[in-house]
Design a protein around this ligand. Structure first.
Ligand code: MRU
Length: 366
């Protein structure tokens, strides 16, 4: 997507051919800074501290992390250590494991003096593939939005509610949930986005609002608890969210609070769509609630909040009384029965085993 007219991705190989550059998402929306990663340890830290975040971007960053490891030491030991270090960064997004397995399969057969090249080639391919996948998700999702706008008589604006950030900052480019929104906006549809602020890290308020604003898409940031009220009053035409892991049966795991939005959507007859790239599907799982590992992050993310003070400095302040314990569950699972449809790079399907297999027939068990 473009920042001030310049096409920008969230991650890219640096001109020196040996390092990677990222947008530091912990500084947005108040500062825009590009950070250089030179080692696998720096890549792992960037993922765990959420300088890069969002399931598809985590996968791409991990693939580049493998390239950094091979650049510095192409031995078997280094390959295994890099894989384990990166895999341990975040537990929920399955794109991480997918990208690491994929990168390792491309690197391991090469002779040590060819491994860095193999790793860079595959990491660049994974990044480019992510962009194309998201572009296709956008095109398929646009069809759904156009149908809904048609049913609305093509009058007024199309109100879409989203949770967390599943826009271009969560991917290499385009985004998953927001790709259809960008395409609708670019096609001239009068779209407006309700942006859940997404406590505790506020990816909606800080990241989704920032990227929508830079693209010119009309949007309004709302408190996480406002969605149900808006749906009751007919102010939401569709919800679209992303997912960090989708079971083979169509359960989706996404940022904490997604499940509550899906419940409210069902109660109010609002379509609830989940946009996902193929690498987000964990074909080994059948029950999201029972089987998907839910990340728990530091209590400080809950007890404190950062923002721009009046003197122009970014400051962190305490919200919760000293001594009150906090629990910071980062994701929840929305059962397939609450999902109206899945939007993938291969098309739109029911959130079910049959629906997913209709788009990914190669996954059918013999
Ligand atoms: O903790 P985060 O910011 O990495 O969580 C991101 C989300 O929950 C996104 O909705 C998800 O990764 C889908 S991204 C296209």
């Amino acid at each position: 997507m473009k920042i001030d007219g310049i096409a920008t991705r969230t991650i890219w190989p640096a001109d020196d051919g040996k390092t990677v550059e990222i947008i530091d998402q912990t500084l947005l929306p108040h500062d825009f800074d590009v950070v250089k990663l030179a080692t696998v340890e720096e890549a792992a830290r960037a993922i765990s501290t959420m300088q890069v975040r969002g399931a598809p971007l985590i996968g791409a960053a991990a693939a580049y992390g493998m390239a950094l490891a091979m650049e510095n030491d192409p031995s078997d030991e280094s390959l295994s250590a890099a894989y384990e270090t990166l895999l341990a960064t975040r537990p929920t997004a399955v794109n991480l494991r997918w990208a690491l397995d994929d990168a390792r399969a491309a690197i391991a057969p090469a002779a040590p003096n060819r491994r860095a090249l193999a790793a860079w080639v595959r990491a660049n391919e994974i990044a480019d593939e992510d962009v194309e996948i998201n572009r296709a998700i956008g095109a398929h999702g646009l069809g759904l939005l156009d149908n809904i706008y048609g049913m609305k008589g093509r009058t007024g604006c199309l109100n879409v509610l989203t949770h967390c950030n599943a826009g271009w900052l969560a991917t290499v480019d385009w985004g998953t949930a927001l790709a259809p929104v960008y395409m609708a906006y670019d096609a001239g549809m009068p779209v407006h986005v309700w942006v859940d602020e997404t406590r505790p890290r506020n990816q909606g308020a800080s990241l989704t609002a920032w990227e929508l604003a830079h693209h010119g898409v009309p949007h309004t940031v709302i408190a996480d608890n406002a969605g149900g009220h808006l749906m009751q009053h007919g102010l939401v035409d569709a919800c679209i969210v992303g997912t960090d892991r989708t079971t083979s049966t169509g359960d989706v795991c996404n940022k904490i609070g997604t499940y509550l939005k899906a419940l409210a959507a069902q109660d109010n007859g609002v379509p609830f769509f989940v946009a996902l790239p193929g690498p987000t599907i964990d074909w080994t799982l059948t029950d999201g609630v029972a089987q998907i590992p839910i990340e728990q992050r530091a209590a400080a993310e809950q007890s404190h909040i950062s923002g721009l003070a009046e003197d122009g400095a970014v400051r962190t302040v305490r919200l919760v009384p000293e001594g009150s314990p906090c629990a910071n569950y980062a994701f929840d699972v929305t059962p397939a029965r609450l999902v109206s449809a899945l939007i993938t790079e291969r098309g739109v399907c029911a959130a079910s085993a049959a629906g997913l297999l209709s788009l990914y027939p190669e996954r059918r068990q013999p």
